[in-house]
Design a binder for this molecule. Structure first.
Ligand SMILES: [Fe+2]
Ligand SMILES: [Fe+2]
Length: 174
């Protein structure tokens, strides 16, 4: 049976994630996401050529937290709970993409809406800021700009991970 805590620990060890960020990725909010059927499905769905939605999600959450700490040192007080929730839920709406969406364009534009809906199932108390971060994470592709700095951080982390994952896949292409 899938063991969320062990999976997370193995991920953090393999990617040399700092102890502080591993602890943040093991928060009660984070564990709630890993223990959903959505995340188990995310472990199985390929994303960005050679990774999975689950691994991409953890990467985006780890990079978002790294940016959070960098910005905190610069005096910016961002909402860490919002960032973790948004990062861990931002792509859950892409699960089942082949059955759910008719085209790549539709997937790009609609999966943030589906992710926000899923996030509200996982976190019934989801606030408007976190919802906005999830809804706008595809900016500028969708033209819906985020209203909060946390949303901009999520966009940066998501784009960074997506580019890195695609380059990695190209380098290791058979
Ligand atoms: Fe996405
Ligand atoms: Fe993403």
């Amino acid at each position: 049976m899938y063991n969320a805590a062990l999976f997370l620990h193995n991920y953090c060890t393999y990617h040399s994630v700092s102890t502080r960020i591993e602890q943040e990725l093991s928060s009660p909010d984070a564990l709630r996401v890993y223990e959903t059927e959505y995340f188990e499905q995310a472990l199985m769905q390929t994303h960005h050529r050679k990774t999975t939605v689950a691994l991409h999600t953890l990467g985006v959450a780890a990079v978002s937290l790294r940016l959070y700490y960098v910005l905190a040192r610069l005096g910016m007080d961002l909402d860490k709970k919002c960032l973790v929730r948004a990062a861990l839920c931002h792509d859950l709406g892409i699960l089942g993409r082949d059955e759910k969406f008719d085209s790549t364009l539709e997937c790009y534009t609609r999966h943030p809406l589906c992710s926000a809906d899923t996030a509200k199932v996982v976190f019934p108390d989801l606030d408007g800021k976190t919802e906005n971060c999830i809804l706008c994470h595809m900016f500028p592709l969708t033209g819906k700009a985020p209203q909060y700095t946390e949303g901009a951080v999520l966009i940066l982390a998501d784009k960074y991970c997506a580019i890195a994952e695609n380059i990695e896949a190209m380098i290791h292409r058979a």
